[in-house]
Design a protein around this ligand. Structure first.
Ligand code: BJ8
Length: 383
């Protein structure tokens, strides 16, 4: 199936955003570097600050990071830190400061060290989504961030501008959901790796309105492709739901092997994909800070306890995407996703009667053939 031009435009979006960021900086804009989807980007745009996702999905800087960090640490943390100390991530270099969150232990301690290289504003994230006290604490943290951003940018965040950003971000989320929903078709129009290259673009947006136009065009094109499929067409290969730790270009090893072994991966549940845009901000809430806090706190990350939202989301995706089996990826030494895999397996096997494969690996290629063997056996079992 040939890909539409609107796809090609997005596939190169990240590299094209860099000169735009530099240009904006020349005109006085500040840039915030981010590592996590708990960061409320609406506040940054409303303060005239450009948020960018920082590198952390590649093995290359890990040996350098291991000079300072323990080797038995999650590769995502080591890679993120390694890019910082080797000054090899152009988005890190472009950032004036970093906004971090107290998610997992490794990440929050890594921010202490990163702070020596670049200022870090650390948001204190509650560990539960279930009580009012946590929500009001997190709402206060959003106010604290807003004050920090205003000071950095010299712009006051007006309610009017913030409401505009909330609306625009919701529009973007809806279009990204339209794009991912085309995976529900019997023949998904994009492969998992292509879908990843589209969903990753959301972290490199300078002009959100222009970005909205581009993703809306792609959503239209993909829906047209799906509508033109013959009614009896069906792609071969078991339909796999891929979930777990964040995966991106550079750390897509397991996704790639799945597709090479003949699986279809019509949907991915992680932070470079659907987990980041599945929930909208309530635009009818009279307090935009409360609405933002509620939405971001609801992110179903394993750092939360309990994290029942992830189980609910997985159930929904299994139904919507006609899933035959679930593959759960944990980066080595990520304790929260690793432990949560037990409850997720139980949920998938008992409530959905589906096979479940848990994979624990790192960014290196040393276990590729071993993983291939396990994945082939899993897919064979699915028939
Ligand atoms: S909202 S998933 S982006 S914290 S994989 S560094 S948890 S040890 S990345 Fe994440 Fe935000 Fe959650 Fe998403 Fe720690 Fe685990 Fe490593 Fe992780």
């Amino acid at each position: 199936m040939s890909k539409p031009e609107s796809f090609e435009t997005l596939a190169t979006y990240k590299s094209r955003s860099l000169p735009l960021i530099d240009e904006a900086k020349e005109h006085g804009s500040k840039v915030a570097g981010l590592f996590c989807v708990y960061a409320p980007t609406e506040l940054m745009y409303a303060a005239g600050i450009i948020p960018v996702g920082l590198c952390g999905k590649n093995q290359t800087p890990i040996p350098a990071a291991e000079r300072d960090l323990p080797a038995n640490l999650c590769p995502l943390i080591k890679s993120s830190y390694g890019y910082g100390i080797t000054d090899s991530c152009p988005f890190f270099a472009a950032s004036d400061f970093i906004v971090g969150e107290t998610t997992c232990d490794g990440k929050k301690k890594m921010y202490e060290l990163l702070n020596r290289i670049k200022p870090v504003h650390l948001m204190h994230l509650p560990y539960t989504q279930k009580d009012e006290a946590s929500l009001s604490f997190w709402t206060e943290e959003l106010h604290r961030l807003a004050a920090f951003l205003e000071k950095k940018s010299g712009h006051v965040i007006t309610e009017e501008h913030l409401l505009q950003e909330i609306h625009l971000h919701n529009q973007v989320r809806k279009q990204l959901l339209r794009i991912t929903a085309t995976g529900q078709a019997p023949v998904p129009p994009l492969s998992a790796l292509d879908m990843l290259s589209v969903t990753e673009t959301k972290s490199f947006v300078v002009d959100m309105q222009e970005y909205l136009g581009k993703i809306t065009l792609l959503a239209d094109d993909l829906e047209t492709m799906v509508a033109s499929q013959k009614p009896d067409s069906r792609a071969t290969g078991p339909r796999i739901l891929y979930t777990g730790c964040p995966t991106g270009k550079g750390s897509e090893k397991v996704l790639r092997i799945l597709e090479e072994c003949g699986a279809l991966v019509p949907v991915q549940e992680h932070c470079s994909s659907l987990k980041d845009f599945t929930a909208l901000v309530d635009e009818s809430d009279p307090d935009p800070y409360h609405a933002l806090a509620k939405r971001y706190l609801s992110t179903p990350c394993s750092c939360m306890t309990p994290n029942t939202g992830r189980l609910d989301l997985i159930s929904q995706l299994i139904t919507d995407y006609a899933i035959d089996g679930v593959v759960d990826l944990t980066w080595q030494c990520c304790h929260t996703y690793n432990v949560e895999s037990f409850s997720l397996r139980e949920h998938v096997e008992q409530n959905h009667g589906l096979p479940f494969l848990h994979i624990e690996t790192d960014y290196s290629q040393s276990d590729t053939e071993q993983l291939r063997t396990r994945i082939e056996a899993f897919l064979e079992m699915l028939g």
